[in-house]
Design a protein around this ligand. Structure first.
Ligand code: ADP
Ligand code: MG
Length: 255
């Protein structure tokens, strides 16, 4: 059995500002975790720190994969270990075709099974078909002029091709209409397998009707303030975040 990705008492800052203040989380293969919380609570920061974004400094705590320490690794090395991050705001790169970009990413993360342009084209077309995406996707420049829905679909396609073990999807649902949301959710569910662990970051409960998480974590002020099973998302839908966050604010005010 492959190990879980463990985040242990993680503290991180941007410049001099502490953002993550002791986050612990264990992503076991085959499980889906939803990470929810108000804007500015640190969700995207946690995603970036797990992926190894150089703009954040880990000041305390660690990330590990079994006995392997992940914290000192570069983003590239983490990707090779199967860590995949889909960005909240994907970048646009005019002139770089989606297919070319994905082949480079694939060959980088699969150094022992690199594919030629022709071999990769087959894989790419097969995945497009499986995910019911138009073949015109292949020639388009990376995210250039993509609608919100297309950008998110491109991220799911990338995930289908790279076959990561830990997929962090940051607000994959934001800005999508209901049909695009369903299509993206269907794509994610199709990729779900016993070796894959998904951390689905979302502000809204809506997507959790289509992607059913095993665990739900609520983040506020750089900490996970509550974890539970799927029902926690339903409670959040009914009651919002305030009841979970206010005790925290009061506690920190007392200090
Ligand atoms: P969320 O994804 O939950 O909305 P973020 O992780 O994006 O939250 O942000 C958490 C906090 O960290 C916010 O107050 C945000 O302003 C701050 N922050 C995040 N990234 C940076 C950065 N690169 N520079 C300065 N502040 C940042
Ligand atoms: Mg965010």
């Amino acid at each position: 059995m492959q190990p879980s990705l463990a985040v242990n008492n993680l503290h991180a800052r941007v410049d001099t500002t502490p953002i993550l203040k002791g986050v612990s989380l264990s992503l076991k293969p085959g499980t889906i975790h939803a990470l929810m919380g108000p804007n500015g609570s640190g969700k995207s920061t946690l995603a970036s720190v797990i992926a190894g974004h150089p703009g954040y400094a880990v000041t305390k705590g660690s990330i590990s994969l079994g006995k392997k320490r992940v914290t000192p690794l570069t983003p590239d090395e983490r990707a090779k270990l199967g860590v995949f991050l889909s960005f909240q705001y994907p970048v646009e790169v005019p002139g770089l075709s989606l297919e070319h970009f994905m082949r480079t990413a694939y060959n980088n993360t699969h150094p022992d099974e690199t594919l030629s342009a022709i071999e990769f084209h087959k894989l790419f077309m097969q995945k497009l078909k499986e995910l019911k995406m138009p073949s015109t996707f292949a020639e388009r420049s990376l995210n250039e002029g993509f609608s919100g829905g297309e950008k998110k679909k491109a991220e799911i396609l990338q995930m289908a091709i790279l076959q990561p073990q830990f997929a962090i999807l940051d607000e994959t649902d934001s800005g999508l209409d209901i049909d695009a949301l369903k299509a993206v959710a269907r794509g994610v569910m199709k990729l779900q397998n016993p070796n894959l662990s998904i951390l689905l970051i979302t502000h809204y409960v809506r997507i959790l009707r289509y992607i059913k998480p095993d665990y739900v974590h609520i983040m506020a002020h750089g900490q996970i303030v509550k974890s539970g099973r799927r029902e926690l998302a339903t409670q959040v839908e009914r009651k919002g975040y305030d009841w979970l966050i206010n005790p925290q604010t009061k506690k920190s005010k007392k200090k």
